[in-house]
Design a protein around this ligand. Structure first.
Ligand code: GGG
Length: 348
């Protein structure tokens, strides 16, 4: 019988991206060997350096090239000293999320054993789900009279019934499969069209999921709750920008961005999903060799689970937890990337 092979597109990107991808790939390869399947990686150099050389973040046929893979593992994008962040983000990460309809960005927040978070609460397990293809990240807008006193900048958030309904439904499904609690986040007192629309759809779908306890929160109240009472939360669903901000807060509660994993999921599975740490390229530490690879390794475990390799994904997380239990990788900047990776490989 031939061995199952998963074809993975690797996009290390900028700054610490190549370091954390190399670490995660070594761990993924070992997990695959042990579990008896193959991961076939193809690396793409798409990054700000690629932009400086070619004038674009990826080739014109980049999306079509990626379409042939089973999944994408991405490191970090951005080198603001040379390429504006708005150019790098809109040239690579956002087009992939949109083209492959990766509308659910899943970000787990919990403390790994041995990690000291900043909160009083130590036992919380939150799954944030960020809408990933529209909302405040739609890219619709423009500027007129540029550089004059009359300049106007307009950026329109776009919320469609299809987009809002599918992300909320995804949130209800996740809550049903977990502890049965869904928090839907808006700012519908201030944003009286789009966010009232979101709240209405939340209420409408609630009748289809009587077993899920759903509560609507304003984002400011949710930010406070994630700090003061994170143990009361299960699944949190929010729009693109709100979800982005809340998940940096979530990363802080779990000890820092070095622990925050994410999955950009295409639930229909008609295009590849993409897995990436929440963090960016961290230019300030890129030359130090101290990037924490755990966020990327955890994202890699989420990728294996998505590909149907749950045992290998669980083995990776057990190895990560064994390493953090012994104090490896738990304090930002203390251990080298290589030492953290070696400890996880040894545990595996
Ligand atoms: N790990 C990919 C990366 O570089 N993320 C940083 C970032 O700024 N992402 C934009 C976003 O998710 O909104």
């Amino acid at each position: 019988m031939s061995m199952t092979t998963h074809r993975i597109a690797l996009i290390p990107g900028d700054g610490i991206g190549p370091q954390v991808i190399a670490a995660a790939w070594a761990v993924l390869q070992k997990a695959a060997d042990k579990a008896g399947f193959k991961l076939l990686g193809t690396e793409f150099p798409w990054s700000c350096a690629f932009y400086k050389e070619t004038g674009s973040m990826m080739p014109a046929d980049g999306i079509e090239t990626l379409r042939g893979f089973d999944a994408i593992l991405l490191g970090a994008v951005g080198w603001p000293a040379e390429v504006p962040d708005s150019v790098s983000l809109h040239g690579l990460l956002l087009p992939i999320r949109k083209a492959f309809v990766q509308y659910a960005n899943i970000r787990p927040h919990r403390l790994l054993p041995g990690v000291q978070g900043p909160l009083k609460a130590e036992r919380f397990d939150i799954l944030c789900i960020r809408e990933n293809t529209e909302g405040e990240y739609s890219g619709a807008g423009g500027r007129v009279h540029q550089g004059t006193a009359d300049e106007v900048a307009v950026e329109t958030s776009i919320f469609t019934r299809t987009g809002v309904e599918r992300i909320l439904r995804f949130g209800f499904e996740q809550a049903r499969a977990r502890r049965g609690k869904l928090a839907s986040v808006t700012k519908s007192n201030a944003q009286k069209y789009s966010m009232v629309f979101w709240d209405e759809i939340t209420r409408h779908l609630a009748s289809e999921y009587p077993e899920v306890e759903v509560t609507s929160y304003h984002i400011d109240a949710m930010a406070a709750r994630m700090v003061m009472a994170p143990e009361t939360l299960d699944v949190v669903v929010a729009s693109n920008l709100f979800g982005d901000i809340l998940t940096d807060l979530g990363a802080a509660t779990q000890g820092g961005l070095g622990f925050a994993a994410s999955a950009n999921i295409n639930p229909a599975r008609d295009a590849p999903s993409m897995f990436e740490p929440v963090h960016g390229s961290a230019p300030d530490i890129a030359h130090l060799g101290i990037a924490n690879p755990i966020a990327t390794i955890w994202s890699g475990a989420m990728m294996l689970e998505h590909l149907g390799e749950k045992n290998a994904a669980d083995a990776i997380m057990a190895a990560v937890e064994q390493a953090t239990t012994s104090g490896i990788g738990t304090v930002p900047g203390k251990d080298k990337t290589e030492a953290i990776t070696a400890a996880i490989l040894a545990a595996l």
